[in-house]
Ligand binder design. Structure first.
Ligand SMILES: Nc1ncnc2c1ncn2[C@@H]1O[C@H](COP(=O)(O)OP(=O)(O)OP(=O)(O)O)[C@@H](O)[C@H]1O
Length: 251
């Protein structure tokens, strides 16, 4: 296992309520690692902790460096990038400009604002990779929902993130966009670690290399799709939750 990020005994306490309680998680290069679990299981809070948005105890180590207590921008500069359910892109700027800015996170504001005659090669390559080569001059605000998600992923790629944490990347996407997104995740995971917080079990089954199931802030199970699917504790949590949801829907 080519470990990119190692989390040990993560605990997040909100005024006495443990939203994350003793979680260990290893993210490996070459894997699309799904984090699943019922609502409130602690998935987003765990991602918040890793990216410096939530205070925690325990340890997050990347490339030998302990990241607990480090600022959000420091963690991002160490190559840990995340997306949110609502894509965080600059709506008034074009696809190319969004990527150019993300690629130039280290450049001065002055050089960022200057109009550039040629786009950097990694911006051009990334536009092709995320399927937006024909939209270089399209303002991000008019992109379809799925395209915005791909742009946000592209912004992490040009920013050299090698650990990507994606929060429900296919929410609101149609069938074809989901398939494209699943293939994109495997493409970018070839030399990176990709973690996906997801509720969509069909998507998880189709594209997960590894799955960690969270429940009530703790790891309930971890392994291959088959291993976690056949785990009676996971079935109990999920079938119970699915049944409650179905009952609520038909009530
Ligand atoms: N800032 C906060 N203050 C207090 N409690 C919080 C805070 N953020 C999250 N929680 C609680 O922590 C628990 C875990 O929430 P979290 O959003 O991490 O779950 P999740 O697994 O991502 O759920 P979902 O799938 O619904 O997004 C929930 O009970 C939630 O209400």
């Amino acid at each position: 296992m080519n470990t990119a990020l190692s989390c040990k005994h993560i605990e997040v306490d909100f005024d006495g309520f443990k939203a994350v309680s003793g979680v260990d998680l290893e993210l490996a290069r070459g894997e699309v690692h799904f984090l699943i679990g019922p609502n409130g299981a602690g998935k987003t809070t765990l991602v918040d902790a890793i990216t410096g948005l939530a205070k925690y105890s325990g340890s997050v180590v990347k490339d030998g460096e302990e990241l607990r207590g480090k600022k959000v921008h420091h963690i991002a500069r160490r190559g840990i990038g995340r997306t949110f359910q609502t894509a965080q892109v600059f709506d008034n700027l074009t696809v190319a400009q969004n990527l150019d800015i993300a690629a130039g996170a280290g450049r001065s504001p002055w050089t960022l604002l200057r109009r550039r005659r040629h786009l950097p090669q990694n911006v051009v390559d990334t536009m092709a990779r995320i399927g937006l080569a024909d939209h270089a001059d399209t303002p991000a605000g008019v992109l379809a929902h799925g395209q915005k998600q791909w742009l946000e992923i592209g912004m992490l790629l040009v920013g050299d993130a090698d650990v990507l944490l994606l929060d429900e990347p296919i929410a609101g996407m149609g069938h074809d966009e989901r398939e494209t997104t699943g293939r994109l995740l495997h493409d970018i995971a070839a030399d990176r670690a990709v973690a996906v917080v997801e509720h969509d079990m069909d998507f998880m089954r189709a594209f997960a290399s590894r799955v960690t199931v969270l429940h009530a802030g703790a790891v309930l199970a971890s392994g291959s799709v088959d291993e976690v699917s056949n785990d009676p504790r996971v079935q109990e949590v999920y079938l119970g939750t699915a049944k409650e949801a179905a009952d609520a829907a038909t009530a």
